[in-house]
Design a protein around this ligand. Structure first.
Ligand SMILES: Nc1nc2c(ncn2[C@@H]2O[C@H](COP(=O)(O)OP(=O)(O)OP(=O)(O)O)[C@@H](O)[C@H]2O)c(=O)[nH]1
Ligand SMILES: [Mg+2]
Length: 364
């Protein structure tokens, strides 16, 4: 049988003492399963002699090589560099410090090679996963950091440093090697089927040897990274949709006021003004939603525009109808019930607009 080859990419900085643990650990388990593999240690010219430790192991573990990097140092650049050097059919990234259980490497591989997923994640937050002996402070930081990323991806552990991908996921994707969290970057920008992300539960163990690199700079860097990912076209679409809708509403109201000022406020003037301001707001929303919210520039603009306008008209009709039912039939016209009614109607109409846009107008 023609088996996919696995490229295990291990970024390192001062991990000398972990090399005799992780390299034999990964190699033995993969050999035992008959999985063809290579190990690429991506070392940032560690002063502790990590690369020498790898060289010493290479006679027993010839599948392993160390690539010493002197420029553009950092964890994410090291991983991206690893992708460049990898020759396998599946790329797996893991930490050097034995935090990620080597026994799970085959499961991560099979999730892609056998089950046909695009991405597999060694997940601490999937059912059956966990973290051993973390101090409360670190748990809180990790929970906060993951929560901030929730709208960007449905993966439960987007901060994981243990994950595997098909090369096609990252090829051509506009990945930036800035953040510390390369998986999040891949989940937001990669080319993959969102249903084909498999979370393999793992128990994360704290490092026993070597020093931690997590500091306040890393946290700041992460927050900057998050802002960029939120602004990236197509990510967190519901947030963007709400934001665009809000700006559209301002345009609608502003233009309506201006037109009424120009035309006067007779019944016909009102109809004309409202139609024009509505059309302007729909067009404004369309442009932003096409290019930014849903990043749907590949589809036909004309077809999308017609569908988007139909959805907006239906939503407008629903708004009108629900308000009529509430005010005229049920008699809800006193404060604060009227406000509650209006808010409820806006929520319903927004959801209709969103679903219509996502699943129909801008469907990919
Ligand atoms: N090449 C390279 N690897 C790095 C760099 N910083 C961290 N790493 C490696 O990335 C992996 C994760 O780093 P860790 O220091 O374990 O980070 P952490 O897991 O968040 O924190 P601790 O386990 O507490 O240290 C390890 O294999 C590190 O050696 C870097 O600047 N360059
Ligand atoms: Mg670690």
């Amino acid at each position: 049988m023609n088996k996919d080859k696995l490229s295990v990419i291990i970024p390192t900085y001062n991990e000398r003492d972990n090399m005799p643990l992780i390299i034999p650990g990964v190699s033995e388990i993969l050999r035992g399963k008959g999985i063809p593999f290579e190990i690429l240690v991506m070392d940032d010219d560690s002063p502790d002699g990590t690369s020498k430790a790898v060289d010493e192991l290479s006679s027993s573990y010839p599948e392993t090589r160390c690539i010493v990097r002197k420029d553009n140092r950092g964890l994410s650049p090291a991983v991206m560099d690893g992708y460049e050097h990898a020759t396998g059919d599946i790329y797996l990234v893991m930490d050097a410090d034995m935090s990620h259980p080597v026994t799970k490497v085959p499961d991560m591989y099979y999730a892609i090679a056998k089950d046909g997923n695009d991405i597999s994640v060694g997940s601490r937050h999937a059912k059956g996963g966990g973290i051993e002996n973390w101090p409360l402070k670190r748990k809180i930081i990790s929970f906060g950091a993951s929560s901030l990323a929730r709208p960007l991806t449905s993966c439960k552990d987007p901060m994981a440093g243990f994950f595997a991908v098909r090369p096609s996921v990252i090829e051509g994707a506009p990945l930036k090697a800035k953040g510390y969290k390369i998986l999040l970057e891949v989940l937001v920008k990669g080319n993959y089927d969102h249903k084909k992300v498999k979370e393999v539960p793992i128990t994360f163990k704290d490092r026993e040897v070597g020093e931690s690199k997590l500091g306040s700079k890393v946290i700041l860097n992460y927050l900057q990274h998050l802002v960029k990912l939120y602004l990236f076209p197509g990510s967190a679409p519901f947030f963007k949709f709400l934001f665009v809708g809000g700006t559209g509403m301002l345009i609608d109201l502003g233009l309506l006021t201006f037109m009424l000022y120009l035309l006067g406020d007779g019944k016909n003037d009102y109809l004309i003004s409202q139609s024009i301001s509505f059309a302007a707001a729909v067009s404004w929303n369309f442009i932003w939603n096409r290019f930014w919210t849903f990043d749907a520039r590949k589809g036909s603009a004309g077809g999308q525009y017609i569908k988007f306008s139909i959805v907006a008209l239906i939503a407008f009709g629903v708004r009108f109808g629900l308000t009529y039912v509430g005010v005229d039939l049920l008699g809800i016209d006193e404060q604060p019930l009227y406000q509650v009614l209006t808010i409820g109607v806006i929520v319903i109409v927004t959801v209709i607009n969103y679903i219509g846009s996502k699943l129909w107008a801008f469907k990919k």
